[in-house]
Design a protein around this ligand. Structure first.
Ligand code: NAI
Ligand code: MG
Length: 487
């Protein structure tokens, strides 16, 4: 196993980086080199118990929930400063762990991580709560009390950024956290939690436990009776398991699950822009994005032209070493995930569709793949591939486009490309999804609700939606005595 020269990433519990109680470790693999690059503490129930106890103590007895949002905000901004100062180390950790191009981790994921902490720090400090006008002689107002210990279970596709999307609002609203990163991409979480300590965030406020999901640290965390909230991003099937575990303790859950984003391109669209956004929507991060626009439906008069232009642009993307600045597509995140995506590419090649461009590459890479002539009931259309594979299909009417878009069990997001204002609003209302992007993709406003319909999730996060989830909203009703009663 280990030659002893690899770097080690431990849990971070109560402000200290540490090994597992039983000393066990696992290796994390660089999917470009297809070789282990670091060792990681392999957590189990005992480590989860220790981390939850530390978070519990920090919440029940420590200053964090009590110091007020201005002081918490100051510490969270200092945390964001440190994240920016350590951008290169954080970016290298994610790129080595899961193969995402360094330009993405350095240029987008790390800045967005810092921005998440800054946004929620300010949001918690600046949002108003309700005072409800009462004509019954009462003063009625709401308070948002911190919920307690938050379990955050993160996926591997945006390791640092997705962790921050959960940790930032949880901390800003005065909670303490136990984060379990994905076993495919653990390194940046250890770095993140150590920076929190360096920023002066009290010990026990942000803990990290590494390990696997089912039968591992993930399961132990979701079943723990001392956890007050569970926020999870990952596979829909895992969301069902976590939901069941949470139900036994009546723990509220927020689930951000899979997607099969429909991308509707109308004949009146600006085709240059539609092609450019469609490429970004499916090939960014090698398609390992829950929001990926993996089904493109094109109005028939422009179908052929769109398909040709999209395929040409796809074939021009540069696949290569994730550490090179010129690389646009890296390997898939792990061998297991590569095998999954490969099975879909082989299904397309076996005659389930016509592969216009792409196919398998070297190692664990898949070239940007465009498939046409696929029947709507194909697994290529119905299931989340989570790789650089897109299906392109023509449609003949707006109504048909909506039916096709709404035709899977998922409902995370959809894109609409049209220059017709009326149609843009009509479709925005008709699409059964959590987010509609019109003539763009992936543009986020952190105040907006984020989440999915159907198999894509339960609940919303972002802005006040995060506040609702990470606090216990409380009603205070106070009697105002009438003047006579005082006499
Ligand atoms: P997964 O859902 O198994 O893993 C995500 C996280 O959940 C990891 O931290 C994992 O350790 C944890 N986990 C797994 N089982 C658990 C359990 N029973 N209790 C508690 N925690 C548990 O996702 P996986 O297997 O890594 O990816 C498989 C597929 O899921 C992908 O191919 C993709 O289709 C989808 N996915 C979607 C993501 C999204 O952003 N919506 C992110 C990652 C995966
Ligand atoms: Mg899994």
């Amino acid at each position: 196993m280990s030659d002893g020269t690899h770097r080690f990433f431990g849990h971070v519990i109560d402000g200290e980086e540490c090994a597992s109680a039983d000393g066990r470790r696992f290796e994390t693999v660089d999917p470009w080199r297809r070789a282990p690059w670091a060792e990681v503490a392999l957590g189990g129930a005992a480590d989860v118990d220790r981390a939850v106890a530390a978070a519990r103590r920090a919440f029940d007895e420590g200053p964090w929930p009590r110091m007020g949002s201005a002081e918490r905000g100051r510490l969270l901004h200092r945390f964001a400063d440190l994240i920016e100062a350590h951008a290169e180390e954080l970016a290298q950790a994610d790129t080595t762990d899961m193969g995402k191009p360094i330009t993405e981790t350095r240029g987008k994921d790390v800045p967005r991580t810092a921005a998440n902490f800054r946004f929620f720090a300010d949001h918690a400090r600046l949002t108003a709560a309700e005072a409800l006008p009462s004509d019954t002689g009462h003063h009625v107002y709401t308070r948002y009390e911190p919920a307690g210990v938050v379990a955050a279970i993160a996926p591997w596709n945006f390791p640092l950024m997705m962790a921050s999307w959960k940790v930032a609002p949880a901390l800003a609203w005065g909670n303490t956290v136990v984060l379990k990163p994905a076993e495919q991409s653990p390194a940046s979480a250890t770095l993140l939690a150590k920076l929190a300590v360096e920023a002066g965030i009290p010990a026990g406020v942000l803990n990290v436990v590494h390990g696997f999901g089912g039968d591992g640290a993930g399961q132990a965390l979701t079943e723990h009776p001392d956890v007050d909230r569970i926020t999870f991003t990952g596979e829909s099937a895992t969301g069902r398991v976590i939901s069941a575990a949470a139900a036994r303790n009546l723990t509220p859950v927020s689930l951000e699950l899979g997607g099969k984003g429909a991308n509707l391109v109308f004949a009146d669209a600006d085709l240059d822009s539609a092609v450019e956004w469609s490429i970004k929507a499916i090939f960014t991060n090698a398609g390992q994005v829950c929001l990926a626009g993996s089904r493109i439906y094109v109005e028939r008069p422009v179908y052929q032209e769109f398909l040709e232009r999209l395929s040409k642009a796809a074939a021009a993307l540069r696949l290569g070493a994730p550490g090179e600045e010129s690389t646009q597509i890296g390997p898939l995140s792990s061998q297991e995930h590569y095998e999954k995506v490969r099975s879909y590419v082989e299904l397309a090649e076996s005659g389930e569709g016509r592969v216009v461009t792409g196919g398998l590459g070297d190692g664990w890479t898949v070239r940007p793949t465009v498939v046409a002539d696929v029947p709507e009931d194909s697994r290529l259309v119905r299931e989340e591939i989570f790789g650089p594979v897109v299906v392109v299909t023509p449609f003949d009417s707006e109504r048909e486009a909506v039916e096709l878009a709404n035709g899977t069990p998922f409902g995370l997001n959809a894109m609409v490309f049209t220059e017709n204002l009326h149609r843009a609003h009509r479709l925005s209302a008709a699409l059964d999804v959590g987010t509609v992007w019109v003539n763009c993709f992936f543009v986020r406003d952190l105040r907006a609700p984020f989440g999915g319909v159907g198999d894509s999730g339960v609940g919303r996060e972002g802005g006040t939606y995060s506040r609702e989830f990470f606090t216990e909203p409380k009603a205070v009703v106070m009697r105002i005595a009438a003047a006579e009663a005082q006499a």
